[in-house]
Design a protein around this ligand. Structure first.
Ligand SMILES: *Cc1c(COP(=O)(O)O)cnc(C)c1O
Length: 217
């Protein structure tokens, strides 16, 4: 568990960017990690965690929510429509809203459940055909339509292509957010969270750098 080292790097990145660490949520991405590692981070007092599959999260987080106060759970992976109810019940934030259709379903179910997670609209900044997210050219219209549903849309999220410099993608996401009046920016992972902070990230999603290599399926 290297949470203190990552927190120190996050603080240093904030200082270099003239930002306050209080502006940034460090999401510890616990997908496919052995429970003892996650528990160690919980015991250290950390509360913001990320999972990329609803089913995996359902198997482990209800018990940890009972055992620890203030758990703040973020869904960062793709959300299928048949999992929306479970996601709305379990997660405090959903970072993977990638269509008006999905947002409409979230709105319907949030109304029924009386509970609405914070939402981030995922933008496919790399315009990769196989990747989730709304293409940059369609972003403004999609963001407008999704916000019209009266959901708590907090910001935007991106996953840069693995083989490209992430900074261009962080800059693009920042621009799209600014022109739409959105302040939340979910960007940056183990390899590039410091750069993401320099570009204005408010939520960084760091897995392996905190927990070590993922081991369980
Ligand atoms: C797994 C995952 C992360 C964390 O990746 P690391 O490289 O382990 O930090 C961040 N964001 C998303 C969307 C992920 O699926």
């Amino acid at each position: 568990m290297t949470l203190p080292a990552i927190t120190a790097r996050l603080d240093a990145a904030c200082a270099a960017a003239d930002r306050s660490p209080a502006e940034i949520t460090l999401i510890a991405v616990s997908k496919m990690q052995p429970p003892d590692r996650v528990q160690a981070v919980l015991d250290a007092g950390h509360r913001a965690f990320g999972e990329n599959r609803v089913q995996e999260a359902q198997g482990k987080w209800p018990a940890w929510r009972d055992a620890y106060d203030g758990v703040d759970l973020h869904l960062i992976g793709p959300l299928q429509s048949n999992k929306v109810r479970a996601a709305v019940q379990l997660f405090d934030a959903i970072h993977s809203v990638d269509s008006l259709k999905l947002a409409t379903r979230i709105a319907d179910i949030a109304g029924q459940e009386g509970r609405s997670p914070d939402l981030f609209v995922q933008i496919d900044t790399g315009e990769e055909a196989q990747k989730a997210g709304i293409p940059p050219a369609d972003a403004d219209a999609a963001i407008r339509d999704i916000r019209a549903l009266d959901l708590p849309v907090k910001g935007l999220m991106c996953i840069p292509p693995a083989d490209e410099a992430p900074s261009l993608h962080f800059a693009l996401l920042t621009r799209i957010a600014e022109r739409n009046g959105l302040t939340g920016l979910s960007m940056g992972m183990s390899a590039d969270f410091e750069q993401a902070i320099a570009f204005g990230a408010t939520h960084v999603r760091v897995g392996s750098a905190i927990f070590g290599d993922r081991v369980t399926a």
